[in-house]
Design a protein around this ligand. Sequence first.
Ligand code: TRP
Length: 339
Amino acid sequence: MSETTDKKPAKPVVLTCAQPTGRLHLGNYLGAVLNWGRMQDDHECYFGIVDQHAITVPTVPAQLRENTYSCLAQYVACGLDPARSRLFVQSHVLGHTELAWVLGCLCPLGQLERMTQFKDKSRKQQSVDAGLLFYPVLMAADILLYNADLVPVGDDQKQHLELARDLAEKFNHRYSETFKLPAPFISKVGSRIMSLQDPTAKMSKSDPNQAGTVYVTDRPDEIRKKVMSSVTDSGAEVRAADDKPGIRNLLTIMAGCTGRDVAVLEAEFAGKGYGDFKKAVADAVVATLDPVRLRYDELIKDREELARILKAGAESAQATAFRTLSKVHRKVGFVERPR
Ligand code: TRP
């Protein structure tokens, strides 16, 4: 190996995590996972499935376990590549909760009580456990454990990321320079995919009208049915106008699936009716998701392969996590662990 390869500047570290919530939909795919996949060559990527976060609200154990496998299989099917990235389950890597403890000892209680997501979630529950309050500290630990430069997150997680930055700064200030300040990475393309039945609401797994949500594992006939019966607007022009949220959403979806610009698609469908347009959108979505579903179907049956992926991901993540944690423990004054 030549000398220059050793001196190659380190790639920026990207980390993002998601809860094992079951099925991913087209909004998750076009708005998030597809973009994560595109970062894999130029970044050192960590993708975590955060099961420890999942238990901050009531969960059924067997379901949590199944959802974790299923999410992993879906992420791989959607293009997250275990050979280029570290795909891991949070509870497999020792250090997340340990770092969260140290960070929690630097975090004012009031700051956690003011988190909007905590307020929302606790309003919906009869009794609130401490884990829910501590959730953002654990998330900060997820990020800082790997010294992430960039954290792809949705808008709803920006406040949590701010806390991670605050805690990193506090630690650096109280002890000594240790953590980089992670920056949010909010992608523009396709980040707002709306329900096919109500284009003013985001596409969602919890939408009571499931006809509005396309899942990445939907079969072609299900996809076509959902797209063809999507709500459109009055008028007949295929344009992404403000008063045409339904058509605009379909254009965004088609642009996301084909990689073509909305303006180009508008020109292509000038003078054509909604029917033709919807058929083309359905074709584009099927072409995008069909390989995802086929790969998923294979993987979900292959528990050995899933276990191999998780083992490799956990080992690789653990090496980084352990280095950070040792440094942190040393800085706060813990006696070095006997080896
Ligand atoms: N709270 C995030 C969500 O619900 C999930 C998450 C946990 C996360 N740890 C993270 C996201 C670290 C980014 C980085 O979407």
